[in-house]
Design a protein around this ligand. Structure first.
Ligand SMILES: C[S@@+](CC[C@H](N)C(=O)[O-])C[C@H]1O[C@@H](n2cnc3c(N)ncnc32)[C@H](O)[C@@H]1O
Length: 405
């Protein structure tokens, strides 16, 4: 009978930490540097070659780390990603540099000089805070993650500004800090966690910790219902390149405020409590608000910027107007056709107009854009934007082009 060893998480963790620290030796670093441009498809051949000169455990740790660095480029950029270290969870859960930098600058503008970063992970936020000149106490309870955070602070020359402490955040004294930042773990063994009380630490703990500090920011899922936002918090939704990345609850700023911030521009819209815009007939222009604006319930604020801006339907976040007014907060399209949805008619139009390229957008329509694209059999030299939506309650198709194109 084969002997199956009993699980021993402590021994596994110690082994993982030892494998990681071996990467920080001169031999480990040289090995890793040599893997910068390695092709993952050639991993087996690379591993066989390297094992002739280096211990097998070190080669496998280096190859694993090289893969993580390649994944991290999208979040941290090549320059930092190839100097930093990661764990699989760490790269997955870390804040992307653009968002972390924006938030760090906001802390800095609020006069914050010392932050307790509770749940620091591999240091995505801690690095941005330190680069903004803020001293960071970076706390995580996972020993390997702490080693990685420490290595990152050193690799980026930020060790003087980042003190990594391996501890449970619920046991850390944050008095003496101008602000706390909490980025709870929102993934468990079964994937993404939706219940804020199942975050680690739970959101209610993070809110209480926030209230004890002069200022605080808590990172939460962008899908948070507005009713769950405490009255004494500002809620900010942040998008980057049009994708909503996260929501943050700020304490010590403007209680009750709702804000949408769009990166990379940094344009930031604050709610004025305007009522929903009225529904109006589709005008010459259609505006598609950024996802952060929609999540922050600030479509009315954008409509107010657009002259006689109104909604195409009371349940749909498309704004229409007869004027073209540049706005950071919405993409604008010039509309040429407003028609009831009809596939046969749409096929005829794209054929007659020689449309070979179509951007298909939908909001409030059950039609699948890719299925529609197949059915349309697009061919020809021209392009258009097709918007599938509801107009005053009825399924509609709007045709147009990017405004000003
Ligand atoms: C979402 S990640 C943080 C990512 C980090 N902000 C970054 O940008 O790299 C959450 C981290 O919280 C840590 N964590 C969860 N519960 C904790 C607790 N009670 N005490 C300390 N750390 C905890 C996890 O180990 C994990 O590394």
């Amino acid at each position: 009978m084969r002997h199956v060893p009993a699980p021993n998480p402590a021994a596994d963790a110690a082994e993982a930490t030892a494998a990681f620290t071996a990467l920080l030796t001169d031999e480990g670093r040289a090995l890793l540097d040599g893997l910068r441009d390695h092709d993952p498809a050639q991993e087996l051949a690379t591993a066989t070659r390297l094992r002739r000169e280096h211990p097998a455990a070190l080669v496998s740790a280096a190859l694993g780390q090289a893969r993580l660095r390649q994944r991290a480029v999208a979040k941290f950029g090549a320059q930092d990603a190839y100097r930093m270290f990661f764990t699989p969870n760490g790269v997955e859960q870390s804040t992307r540099a653009s968002v972390a930098t924006y938030r760090a600058r906001r802390f800095e503008a609020l006069g914050v000089r010392r932050v307790a970063d509770l749940c620091c992970g591999i240091g995505g936020d801690a690095i941005a805070l330190a680069r903004a000149g803020i001293f960071v106490l970076a706390v995580d309870r996972d020993p390997l993650t702490c080693e990685v955070a420490r290595a990152n602070a050193e690799a980026l020359g930020l060790s003087d500004l980042i003190e990594v402490r391996c501890a449970d955040v619920t046991e850390v004294d944050t008095s003496g800090y101008d602000a706390v930042f909490v980025d709870p773990a929102r993934r468990g063994g079964r994937g993404r966690i939706f219940d804020p009380e199942a975050y680690s630490p739970p959101l209610s703990w993070a809110i209480e910790a926030a209230r004890t500090a002069p200022r605080a920011a808590l990172k939460i899922a962008p899908g948070v219902p507005h009713e769950a936002v405490p009255d004494d918090a500002e809620a900010e939704w942040i998008s980057d390149g049009g994708d909503v990345k996260e929501a943050v609850l700020w304490f010590g700023t403007t209680p009750g405020a709702r804000r949408a911030t769009l990166l990379p521009s940094g344009a930031s819209l604050v709610g004025r409590g305007l009522p929903d815009p009225a529904v109006r007939p589709v005008g010459r222009y259609l505006y598609e608000p950024d996802g952060a604006v929609i999540r922050a319930h600030l479509v009315a604020e954008v409509a107010a910027e657009l002259g006689e801006g109104g909604l195409v339907d009371e349940t749909i976040a498309y704004v229409t107007s007869d004027e073209l007014r540049p706005t950071d907060y919405a993409a604008a399209y010039e509309i040429t056709d407003v028609l009831p949805f009809n596939l046969k008619r749409l096929k005829a139009i794209v054929r007659e107009r020689g449309i070979g390229v179509a951007v298909i957008k939908k909001r409030g329509s059950a039609v699948e854009p890719e299925e529609l694209r197949r059915k349309l059999k697009l061919a020809g030299p021209n392009s258009c934007v097709i918007v599938l939506t509801r107009v005053a309650g009825a399924p509609a198709m709007l045709l147009g082009r990017p405004a000003g194109a």
